[in-house]
Design a binder for this molecule. Structure first.
Ligand SMILES: Cc1ncc(COP(=O)(O)O)c(C=O)c1O
Length: 454
């Protein structure tokens, strides 16, 4: 693996007349917006990927870039990790999917349960969105209630109920009582979505407690990502955790902990880190080793809501490619190599990245902050302390600066997500972390200016 080589400048950047531009022009004819995923699109167009090697991605123009987006944090071992490729190849040669169960699904469910007893039983599906959808349905089935609560600005997949108040602005984010308003994300979403989704403030324990005292008895579930990337990439406070757990106990609400990204924070996932006692846990991304996956897990008692063995299940889940053997085998290989030692090493590298970047920003008098935890990070501009979606909210000028930084990093050969967040992967070393930190400080200083220049 060639992890130590820096970004290559051996061919043209994704500019005019590049292969990427040609691909984008073709795509516009057959794909709305010229790209399959809004989240991975940015102006004028993204570079098109050709292949990956460890933490490096090579685009169709031959540019070699340090990949800190890792297909939205799903590739914990980077690209083309040999043990995952071997597992896929071995499995693939025997067939790719069957209308019968395979042993591979038992092995991956056992691997999750071995890491955290809270994941005693599991149902696999093909994405985090599907996992969240199943968990919400499960919670409704367990409680015979329809409404759910979620935290403002947090992403849980592309499903109308959990997309409520995903991107409110200062113009619409308060309701008449000063609580977070329920704002629809998609045009045409049923109006009932808004009354059926209660929005909670991520960093205000008192307000959460007040809202939950009023709404709690009607709620099937509270869905919570304890370290939500879209809402700032900051950890939930222990005060809010206490309020949530108390409301769940008092009113019989199911707590769904969405660990689709945050599972990577410890060997046992995110819930133990934040002392959360979930009824259901959703995972995806790294548990699939780079192949499509999602999972809903919980105690045998909670998961019995999906049990079909005695006739019609209380709540149905399923899917033609659910628990397909390729995703199972890739996930198993990926998790086996993300052992305690690998988790600790990667989390320590993340600490190093944040320390180096913060020191560099402060030494050059740049008003910016790198938030995050473990191997996850996100850049914020300005001096506001980031504690939730609202404090992380970028006004128009800030959003424009973040776009320029994202673009500037790409020009320097480093891929971040378009909102300037990222994740480390196990092929990275102190060398890549140093490259990332120094490049980030330089690009941010160039875009927003240093104290000396102000
Ligand atoms: C916390 C969280 N939940 C759910 C999802 C949806 O997962 P997927 O993209 O696999 O549908 C995501 C995706 O980024 C996520 O970050």
């Amino acid at each position: 693996m060639t992890t130590s080589r820096g970004p290559g400048h051996n061919s043209g950047q994704a500019g005019s007349h590049s292969q990427s531009e040609a691909a984008y022009l073709r795509a516009q004819r057959v794909v709305p917006g010229g790209s399959m995923r809004a989240a991975s699109w940015f102006k004028p167009h993204p570079p098109y990927a050709a292949r990956g090697e460890g933490c490096w991605l090579i685009d169709v123009d031959g540019r070699r870039m340090l990949d800190c987006a890792n297909n939205f944090f799903s590739l914990i071992h980077g690209h083309a990790f040999p043990p995952v490729l071997d597992a896929i190849q071995n499995t693939m040669s025997k067939g790719t999917a069957f209308g019968l169960p395979t042993e591979a699904e038992i092995l991956l469910a056992e691997a999750l349960a071995a890491r955290n007893p809270q994941l005693e039983q599991t149902r696999f599906c093909n994405s985090g969105t599907e996992a969240v959808l199943a968990a919400v349905k499960g919670a409704r089935g367990l409680t015979s209630r329809e409404r759910i609560a979620k935290f403002e600005g947090c992403y849980h997949g592309a499903y109308d109920w959990v997309e409520v108040s995903l991107d409110p602005s200062p113009a619409n984010w308060n309701d008449a009582d000063g609580n977070p308003a329920s704002i629809a994300y998609n045009q045409g979403a049923p109006a009932s979505v808004l009354t059926e989704t209660v929005v909670l403030p991520f960093a205000d324990a008192q307000r959460c407690a007040d809202i939950l005292r009023r709404e709690g008895p009607t709620l099937a579930a509270i869905i919570l990502d304890p370290h939500p990337s879209r809402a700032g990439a900051v950890p939930i406070s222990s005060d809010v955790v206490e309020v949530i757990q108390a409301a769940c106990r008092r009113d019989g609400i199911m707590l769904i902990v969405d660990e689709v990204i945050s599972f990577r924070l410890s060997h046992a996932g995110a819930s133990p880190v934040f002392k959360l006692k979930p009824d259901l846990v959703t995972t995806a991304k790294i548990i699939g080793g780079g192949l499509p996956i999602g999972a809903v897990s919980g105690s045998a008692e909670r998961m019995s809501v999906f049990n079909h063995a005695n006739g019609k299940p209380r709540v149905s889940t399923g899917g033609t490619f659910s628990a397909n053997p390729l995703s199972m085998a890739a996930g198993l290989a990926s998790l086996a190599h993300y052992d305690e030692a690998a988790v600790s090493r990667l989390n320590a590298l993340g600490d190093e990245l944040r320390a180096k970047t913060r020191a560099g920003l402060s030494a050059s008098g740049v008003q910016a902050y790198l938030s995050g935890m473990g191997s996850l990070f996100r850049l914020h501009l300005g001096t506001k302390q980031v504690v939730d979606y609202r404090s992380a909210y970028a006004d128009e000028q800030t959003a424009e600066n973040l776009r320029s930084i994202h673009r500037g990093m790409l020009d320097e050969g480093i891929i971040l997500t378009p909102n300037c967040s990222g994740a480390l992967s196990t092929p990275m070393t102190a060398q890549e972390v140093d490259l990332l930190a120094t490049t980030l400080v330089r690009v941010v200083a160039r875009v927003v200016g240093t104290a000396a220049a102000r």
